[in-house]
Design a protein around this ligand. Structure first.
Ligand code: AMO
Length: 425
């Protein structure tokens, strides 16, 4: 059998040698004197030249092309396939779905999502997933290099971690269970086993509102580390992790960056950081504001850019009463917590905190919020088994990619988004 090659490798093939390529019919061009078939595979585009009138499969049909590598300055990469034989390897793609994204990706988002099986083949769209994959590689390799262990925790759980409001209930062998909103409890408990852990996995939020930044299922990049002094150490770990993600985007997704014309951010050595109180004062919001609203985040993003040339801003010290019960209060002034958010280009990308780590503090924190202890029993019990001071954070992968690419809607950078209205494809 003729050895298989790829579009990327074709230009390095010795002229005159026999080649075999597999991919999709990207373009057919039928002229009076010659027909061209541009084949697309995972590595790029390659051109095959046919005698006029040769029947060619419709665009987007998976095909095999066998022929002779021949130099031609006009072909992509300077080499094309001549005397080719083309064989369809699957059913031809149905024309209407394909036409949705040809020649431009200018169809409405719901239609693009309805036909994700073909619309996501667009090179610009595939570039988006390459950015996500490269970022994940950077996330993992940075943490691996710092002694973290990757873990996987259950997604079917017995209690809500991030307040009960937006949790999906499921039937678990006749009793109620929930889809995990976060690996929060497990990652904390596992600090007691591994000291440093991270998890990449889906989390579920029954978000009742239609917004451009919320999904009902997203990929959470969770980190937790033990033996920390305070949240400042956790923020330093976050800074290095995001810097590692950026580095991997340059190293592994350079083609995607170029194709999309992206302005990849630089993560400053020291990210501009404000206490929650300072942040409110800076943007002129009332002192008793419980949280930052989206317009506050945008204003802080603009401040970071204008005053510090940074796409990133850390806000720490959110009011204890309005953060998750596991957040560690500031020992100097317990009204504020040792929690933080990282804003990226004016949008919350990360939440994190130093956590409580003593059993009695958990019992008190739950009681202070009027939560019953029972649903949290197995989690809270773990703090009687020797959990050191610790903290961590979670990065929303889709939010990261949305901000990186400038996508107006998080669904544009989610392969198969789940939201209030969408459960298929
Ligand atoms: P939080 O709930 O703030 O924190 O989530 C962390 C990050 O996840 C992303 N995110 C979302 N992305 C898409 N759709 C959603 N519905 C959505 N909700 C959140 C955001 C957000 O910053 N357990 C804590 C983390 C921790 O303290 O370690 C938590 O889950 O980018």
């Amino acid at each position: 059998k003729v050895p298989r090659t790829t579009a990327h490798a074709l230009p390095t093939t010795a002229p005159g040698s026999r080649v075999r390529l597999q991919g999709w019919v990207h373009r057919r061009r039928e002229l009076a004197t010659v027909s061209f078939l541009v084949l697309r595979d995972r590595t790029g585009l390659a051109q095959a030249v046919f005698a006029p009138g040769t029947p060619l499969p419709p665009e987007e049909t998976p095909v095999e092309v066998v022929g002779t590598a021949t130099a031609n300055a006009q072909a992509p990469g300077g080499v094309e396939v001549t005397s080719p034989v083309v064989t369809a390897l699957g059913d031809p793609a149905d024309t209407p779905a394909v036409e949705l994204w040809r020649p431009r990706l200018d169809t409405g988002l719901p239609t693009l999502l309805d036909h994700a099986a073909t619309t996501w083949r667009h090179p610009r769209q595939r570039a988006v997933w390459e950015l996500a994959a490269a970022s994940l590689h950077g996330f993992r390799s940075t943490l691996d290099a710092s002694g973290f262990t990757e873990v996987h925790t259950p997604k079917l759980v017995e209690s809500a971690t991030e307040s009960g409001a937006n949790v999906f209930e499921v039937d678990y062998f006749g009793r109620p269970a929930y889809l995990a909103q976060s690996p929060q409890f497990y990652k904390q408990v596992l600090v007691g086993v591994f000291e440093r852990v991270y998890e990449v996995g889906p989390v579920f939020r029954a978000e009742p509102h239609d917004t451009v930044r919320h999904l009902a299922q997203y990929v959470s990049l969770d980190v937790e580390l033990g033996f920390v002094e305070d949240h400042v150490e956790v923020i330093a770990c976050l800074r290095d992790t995001v810097a590692g993600m950026v580095e991997a985007v340059h190293e592994r997704a350079g083609r995607a960056v170029e194709l999309l014309g992206l302005d990849v951010p630089v993560v400053p050595e020291v990210v501009p950081t404000l206490h929650f109180r300072e942040a409110l004062a800076l943007i002129g919001a009332p002192e008793d504001e419980p949280d930052l609203a989206p317009e506050h985040e945008r204003a802080l993003g603009a401040w970071g850019r204008e005053e510090h040339g940074s796409d990133f801003v850390v806000v720490h010290g959110y009011p204890t009463a309005h953060r998750a019960f596991y957040s560690h209060p500031d020992p100097e002034n317990p009204r504020w917590s040792r929690s933080f958010d990282l804003l990226f280009r004016g949008l919350e990308l990360v939440s994190g905190a130093q956590r409580l780590h003593r059993y009695d503090d958990y019992v008190a924190a739950l009681a202070a919020r009027g939560y019953p202890l029972a649903p949290y029993a197995s989690y809270v019990e773990a703090f009687r088994r020797g959990i050191p001071p610790h903290g961590g954070f979670a990065i929303g992968l889709e939010r990261w990619v949305a901000r990186l690419t400038g996508a107006a809607n998080i669904r544009e950078v989610t392969l198969f988004p789940r939201d209030l209205h969408r459960l298929a494809p």
